[in-house]
Design a protein around this ligand. Structure first.
Ligand code: BGC
Length: 475
């Protein structure tokens, strides 16, 4: 077994259409980012229409976290659905739900209606978070799979930025219905556009629909290599057993642990405390609210730009170096951030230190843990359980997100900002150890090669971790 890096095995040359397909599928990420980002701004004005929101913290919490609850539900169903009804069809269903959910939020006549619509929208976010990366991963040639799948993360960060900008521009009018309703537009584009896109060739082979898979591949590859790719997928497919329980078989376990671990670490290292609460954090460093909101837009821009850097690097330097480097940077910035708050009496120079480290923290997330988590979970699972296994990791991601979002304001109040950020720093140190020992490199390999490695190593030395096994196999 060898790494066969950069050979592009398992695929013909890239046809430009694959970029169009990936970009369109990445609208899933745009909606994910937009709908999770938009609420913080809209919230300020919804209370004027529905006073109950201002009277009850629990109701307000439900409006905010309704999307996260829905996303966890959507992720729990989405993986298995993607395996059953297919990737493309699930994207279409999800786009429909996004549309209905956004329209529902914009037209809500009372707060309960709004909460239900937000949960419905959340279900679509849950679907999107799985099927976006999954679909792109399966249509991509190995050489550029890292970049193409990370279009989705680029779209998530762009969606967040757009939501900040939409909020900013509509704030003076307090137009929360327009803010929440704006999601209908990308949802409609996704629905119509995806209708014309092909189904994943890998899923088609899994369903025994080889001739359709062949014609799909013909659209997204140049002719050379199509046959070879089909044969490679078929070879793997023959080895596989069907059934839900397969996902918990011992040979898949190392990959399952990697996915679940990264899912939790992506959230408990604190990113969404910044994404959801940036203005609050910034105000507590001594800035006024206008400056804080502008700086929040700055954070959004950094998040997008560094994701572009990640896209350029992922297929060159690999997943592991970016992940590890990014985590080390996040750790350093969290230590500094906590330190700046600890010295207290922020404002002045310390206010700038805190803001600078907050921005760099986001930059380091955007170059590593942000895109690499979603990329790896779309790569490391075998075909027949790929959707289901991604679903398991994604549910963990959304639940961890929910817990952190609920706990953060209380942590901030009770143990204070310094210890809150140091707690995230400690958890980031855990993520570094986890990644160092357990996370494999997947750069340049076809999905079938990655699966073959997992199979072979499972029958090899079971005491070795997945990363060690892959390392050993390469030596
Ligand atoms: C995470 C989200 C987060 C976003 C920030 C994504 O990879 O899953 O929870 O809000 O990155 O850019």
């Amino acid at each position: 077994m060898s790494t066969r890096e950069g050979t592009g095995l398992g695929g013909g040359d890239t046809n430009r259409f694959v970029y169009v397909t990936a970009a369109l599928a990445a609208l899933n990420g745009l909606l994910f980012g937009f709908d999770t980002g938009v609420i913080s701004g809209a919230l300020l004005y919804i209370g004027e229409t529905f006073p109950l929101l201002e009277q009850s913290a629990a109701v307000e919490g439900l409006v905010v976290s309704g999307a996260l609850i829905g996303a966890a539900i959507g992720a729990a169903m989405g993986g298995t659905l993607a395996d059953r009804i297919g990737r493309r069809r699930l994207i279409l269903v999800g786009a429909g739900i996004f549309f209905v959910g956004s329209l529902g939020m914009a037209t809500a006549l009372n707060v309960w209606w709004l909460i239900v619509a937000r949960i419905v929208n959340g279900v679509a976010i849950g679907f999107a978070s799985i099927v976006g990366p999954l679909y792109i991963s399966e249509i991509s040639p190995p050489k550029i799979r890292g970049s193409l799948v990370s279009f989705n993360q680029l779209a998530i960060t762009s969606g967040i930025l757009v939501s900040y900008l939409v909020n900013y521009s509509l704030a003076s009018r307090g137009a929360w219905r327009l803010m929440l309703g704006a999601g209908t537009i990308p949802a409609l584009v996704l629905l119509v556009g995806m209708y014309y896109m092909p189904e994943s060739p890998r899923w088609l082979v899994g369903e025994g629909r080889e001739s359709e898979a062949r014609s799909t591949l013909g659209r997204i590859r140049t002719a050379a290599g199509v046959e070879e790719e089909i044969e490679e997928i078929e070879r793997m497919e023959e080895l596989e057993e069907e059934g839900l329980t397969e996902v918990f078989k011992p040979w898949i376990r190392p990959a399952l642990i990697v996915g679940i671990g990264l899912a939790a670490f992506q959230q408990v290292t604190g990113i969404n405390t910044v994404i959801y609460y940036a203005p609050t954090i910034l105000e507590s460093t001594g800035f006024g609210s206008v400056v804080s909101i502008l700086a929040t837009v700055g954070i959004g821009v950094i998040n997008v730009s560094m994701t572009v850097v990640a896209i350029l690097l992922l297929d060159r330097v690999g997943r592991r170096p970016l992940l590890l480097g990014g985590l080390v940077g996040m750790l350093a910035m969290l230590v500094v951030l906590g330190g700046a708050f600890y010295v207290s009496g922020l404002g002045g120079v310390l206010g700038y230190v805190a803001t600078g480290s907050l921005m760099l923290y986001v930059a380091f997330f955007a170059i590593g843990l942000g895109p690499v988590f979603w990329l790896l979970i779309s790569e490391i699972y075998p075909l027949n359980v790929r959707g289901t296994a991604m679903g398991v990791a994604t549910v963990v991601n959304w639940l961890a997100n929910l817990v952190v979002a609920q706990l953060f304001p209380q942590l901030f109040d009770v143990i204070g900002p310094a210890f809150t950020f140091w707690l995230f720093a400690g958890l980031t140190a855990g993520a570094i150890v986890f990644t160092h020992y357990l996370v494999p490199e997947t750069k340049g390999r076809s999905l079938e090669e990655i699966e073959a490695d997992l199979r072979e190593t499972a029958v090899g030395d079971e005491s070795l971790s997945m990363a060690e096994q892959v390392q050993e196999a390469d030596d």
